[in-house]
Write a protein that binds this ligand. Structure first.
Ligand code: UDP
Length: 482
């Protein structure tokens, strides 16, 4: 009886990268708000940001595991987050170093014995301890139903393997919509980088033993793909998003992803003031997420493209090490019209400011969904990971995006062609301009934002899915106990 009344005990272990940790922290808050007893694992260098994010949620326990030793690897000491890697070349080494956390995760799991663990797709080894101890493991992909369906469908049909070597494009087989992609937009590192190849092999193996997936999405956004994933691919999944909407107050939105609130608060006030002085819907927000790298040539074209668009802009430039990456006199010429943010921006605050009218994004899933939840049309510029799928969802399926025309999958700037300023200016102009198509895009974006808000409210589709997962896991636990 006591066990039946006991709240669901959940343990989260997100990948240490903003695109995975931020939604996982939101997810932890979401389940805690629904009565679950929640703990979340991270490592020392990530603890301060997690603590700040959880400040208003004292019931959530943060558990800190020492980061594995990186001696003898190419990884710089103290670098415990994908966003602090000095080069994209180190990503596979970082991900593979994390598997050394297995013994301490195992010991923690043994001592806590939660009713379920939610671990990141890039931590497939967490599956072993969970299986040994009989704890259901849920996976967090950090992506959506559409891209999961597309990727799985390609694998099931062996599409890439059977593509003629000179094929420029292909249609993803079996999906509810006709989705055409370029062969060059597909990831190739599974075969070219042995560390990634091994990681992807163990991810697939872990997937087969996984209880189900938690998706940062909502039913009304991609109903055909929720059904396809569940009914055709026969996989279990719960849509619990948009997760960013659980950050309710300004402090939570402003601190998201930072570790020192007072310092950032000051800068955020300056951004708000700058945006307050603009007319509604007149500003393009430009950001490429937390881990992407650009060459000086690419950055110059972005600058020239934004200037040529004639629109006001907030452009977030991350981790900038190049010299002379801005065209001469750019900042002086655009002093009134543009704001360059160096480092980290309070993205969800900016996206939801009335002056912002569009989002030029690299199509990281969090960014796409945050743009949708803010009711904004998108200019899409995917680079790698699931971003090319996300572009197709935004442009072809939902009709809220215009593609800049990125043609090649690559985390490394030197491996992809530079997107010309004219293309950037033209896509920004199309999205920000007047005309029936642009109006329709804006109307669709507003409709989706309203649906997103309804999904997370009491009785909404995501709200209900959170509830049914909690019930299912409690029933499972109680059945074992009796
Ligand atoms: N983000 C932010 N400020 C920044 C850069 C990123 O708040 O300056 C947040 C953004 O809101 C999103 C996450 O970091 O929640 C990035 O995730 P996404 O999936 O968009 O891209 P990734 O960084 O994983 O490529």
């Amino acid at each position: 009886m006591a066990s039946q009344a006991r709240p669901l005990r959940m343990l989260f272990f997100p990948l240490m990268a903003p695109g995975h940790m931020l939604p996982a922290l939101d997810m932890a808050k979401l389940f805690a708000a629904r009565g679950a007893e929640v703990s979340i694992i991270t490592t020392p260098a990530n603890a301060a940001a997690a603590e700040l994010s959880l400040a208003a949620h004292p019931s959530i326990r943060l558990l800190v595991l020492p980061f594995p030793s990186v001696a003898g690897t190419a990884l710089p000491a103290g670098c415990e987050n994908v966003s602090s890697l000095p080069s994209p070349d180190l990503e596979s080494a970082f991900l593979s170093a994390l598997s050394a956390l297995e013994p301490s995760f195992d010991a923690l799991l043994r001592s806590l014995l939660p009713d379920c663990v939610v671990t990141d797709m890039f931590l497939p080894w967490t599956c072993r301890a969970a299986e040994r101890l009989g704890v259901p493991r849920l996976v967090f992909y950090g992506s959506n139903f559409f891209s999961q369906c597309a990727e799985r469908s390609l694998r099931l049909h062996g599409t890439m393997e059977s593509l003629p070597p000179d094929a420029a494009s292909f249609v993803v087989p079996g999906l509810p919509h006709r989705i055409e992609m370029l062969a060059a937009q597909m990831r190739s590192y599974e075969t070219s980088d042995p560390v990634f190849a091994e990681l992807f092999r163990s991810m697939a193996e872990a997937d087969a033993k996984t209880y189900g997936a938690l998706m940062n999405s909502f039913y009304e956004l991609e109903p055909d793909y929720v059904r396809y994933y569940r009914d055709v691919l026969r996989r279990r999944a719960w849509h619990v998003g948009p997760l960013s909407l659980c950050n309710k107050n300004a402090a939570e939105k402003s601190n998201r992803g930072t570790n020192a609130s007072s310092h950032h608060h000051h800068r955020h006030e300056a951004y708000s003031k700058w945006l307050d002085a603009r007319t509604p819907g007149s500003v393009v927000y430009v950001s490429f997420g937390s881990i992407s790298f650009f060459s000086a040539a690419e950055l110059r074209e972005i600058a020239l493209g934004l200037e040529a668009s004639g629109r006001a802009f907030v452009w977030v430039v991350r981790n900038e090490h190049h010299e002379d990456w801005l065209p001469e006199g750019f900042e002086e010429r655009n002093e009134k019209r543009g704001l360059i943010v160096r480092g980290w921006a309070p993205q969800i605050l900016i996206l939801n400011h009335a002056s912002v009218g569009a989002f030029l994004t690299h199509c990281g899933w969090n960014s796409c969904l945050e743009g949708v939840a803010a009711g904004l049309p998108l200019v899409t510029w995917p680079l790698s990971a699931d971003q090319f799928y996300n572009e197709r969802l935004m442009v072809d399926v939902l009709g809220v995006g215009v593609a800049v025309g990125a043609k090649k999958y690559s985390m490394k700037p030197e491996e992809r062609p530079v997107v010309a300023a004219e293309k950037i200016a033209s896509a920004v102009g199309e999205v920000m301009g007047g005309g029936a198509e642009a109006e329709e895009r804006r109307a669709k974006a507003r409709e989706l934002a309203a649906a997103a808000k309804r999904a997370v409210e009491e009785g909404g589709s995501s709200y209900k899915d959170v509830g049914s997962l909690i019930e299912e896991l409690m029933a499972k636990r109680n059945a074992i106990a009796t």
